[in-house]
Design a protein around this ligand. Structure first.
Ligand SMILES: *Cc1c(COP(=O)(O)O)cnc(C)c1O
Length: 421
């Protein structure tokens, strides 16, 4: 469910008409709904109650500090995968004890940053990383709380680029080697083992893979405890999928996911952490664009937008589907036309949709990509020297620009000419 609905024939973000934002900000832009972010975060906390838990928003899905502050103010924790994301969480006012640090390639510099600024735990992904963290913590005279990410070797049945829980993926340590690795962790100075971490992939549309993974984690908890480790926290990762089309897909609901967690690991007396990104941010955002031209080709018509693959890369990178809707509500049973929806970037990969049925549109009309909140703005680039797409946050009947569009001066001034030129 989201808060982008037609009212009086115009698409709104909560109480704000989209054309009003477009008139002030220009297109393309991302717009996020506070009510949707809040609702999705709350669904998770309710689904996990009364288990002791922390919902850590995966910053990598949508990292604007204003969005993080919106969630942080509700009590959310944050899952960060880089020093930069750690600094974003801190800039949003989230205390270190609510920040978990994930990722396969944490550098010593990033470890120092988090150990100095405060951290709930590092989710360690390999033995070399564990040894490096031990050295860094010892040199700072502190203790680093850790979980170790185990790879449960389950098939998440999602897009191959975002599956992470099979043994051939780069993530975590093989679950079969956990005893050995936890034993080394217990011996190393500067580390304190607090739990187990698992994350099997993104955009999962079934609960079954989670169930398989969490049952393995429950077994592992009992085994590691019998080997003398104090396992008090289970980080169960993120990955719950969202519907990208209005029609057929119906991914599991957070309530069912919460019930599954209680059923599989609820009796272990652990504090449960989850790291949802997409389910909180995905349907909380639209990408709004204008039609530049309608080009009638041979056998196909192109809808050329002012948004491109550099603004929203998911269609060209993952073959992802986004519903595209006109901002002016079409009359019921209005005629439609089949379009290839494309951007201005100079490569064929810059295609958002092929043969998409859309209402009749004209130059200057506004369209919106639905479900663009997650892995949208965060993956944007300035390819073709197209300014980084701005972001807007709506709250009820007001809105604010939370990242402005850079000017061409700002963009060009980032390049510097060496003295020999
Ligand atoms: C990407 C990622 C997440 C978030 O995944 P979603 O599918 O957006 O919920 C959570 N944890 C880790 C470690 C990740 O890499």
């Amino acid at each position: 469910m989201d808060h982008f609905l037609y009212k009086n024939g115009t698409l709104h973000a909560e109480g704000v008409p989209i054309p009003e934002i477009a008139a002030q900000v220009g297109t393309p832009f991302y717009v996020y709904s506070t009510a949707t972010l809040t609702r999705h975060y709350t669904l998770f906390t309710e689904a996990l109650s009364p288990l002791p838990h922390l919902v850590c928003f995966a910053i990598k899905s949508l990292s604007n500090v204003a969005v993080l502050k919106t969630l942080g103010n509700l009590g959310a924790g944050m899952d960060v995968v880089s020093g930069g994301e750690y600094l974003r969480a801190k800039a949003a006012g989230v205390p270190g004890e609510r920040i978990v640090f994930s990722g396969v390639g944490k550098t010593r510099e990033e470890m120092r940053l988090a150990l100095t600024g405060g951290i709930r735990q590092f989710n360690v992904e390999s033995e070399p990383e564990m040894r490096a963290l031990s050295e860094v913590a010892t040199s700072l005279g502190v203790t680093a709380p850790i979980t170790i990410r185990v790879n449960p070797d389950v098939d998440a049945r999602t897009h191959e680029k975002i599956a992470t829980g099979k043994k051939e993926n780069k993530f975590g340590i093989p679950i079969a080697r956990a005893s050995e690795v936890y034993a080394e962790a217990a011996r190393l100075p500067g580390l304190q083992v607090v739990g187990i971490d698992v994350h099997i992939g993104s955009q999962l549309t079934e609960l079954e893979p989670f169930e398989q993974a969490y049952l393995k984690v429950a077994d592992l908890t009992r085994r590691l405890r019998s080997e003398g480790h104090a396992i008090t926290r289970l980080d169960l990762g993120g990955g719950l999928g969202i519907p990208y089309t209005r029609s057929n897909e119906a991914p599991p609901l957070p309530t069912d996911y919460g019930a599954l967690i209680k059923r599989t690991v609820g009796d272990l007396g652990c504090e449960v952490e989850i790291e949802p990104g997409r389910l909180i941010s995905g349907n909380a955002g639209l990408l709004v664009a204008s039609v530049i031209y309608i080009k009638n080709g041979e056998g196909r018509d192109f809808l050329i937008l002012d948004a491109a693959m550099n603004d929203l890369v998911r269609p060209s990178m993952y073959g992802a589907h986004h519903d595209i809707v006109p901002v002016a509500e079409p009359p019921i049973a209005a005629p439609t036309q089949e379009f290839d929806v494309v951007g201005p970037v100079c490569e064929t990969g810059d295609t958002f949709a092929k043969g998409r049925d859309l209402p009749l549109l004209a130059e200057g009309d506004l369209v919106a990509f639905r479900s663009a909140g997650a892995y949208g703005a965060v993956m944007a680039s300035e390819y073709n020297t197209r300014p980084l797409v701005p972001e807007v946050l709506v709250n009820g009947d007001h809105f604010a620009v939370i990242r402005g569009r850079p000017s061409f001066d700002e963009i060009l001034n980032r390049d510097t000419i060496p003295a020999w030129l």
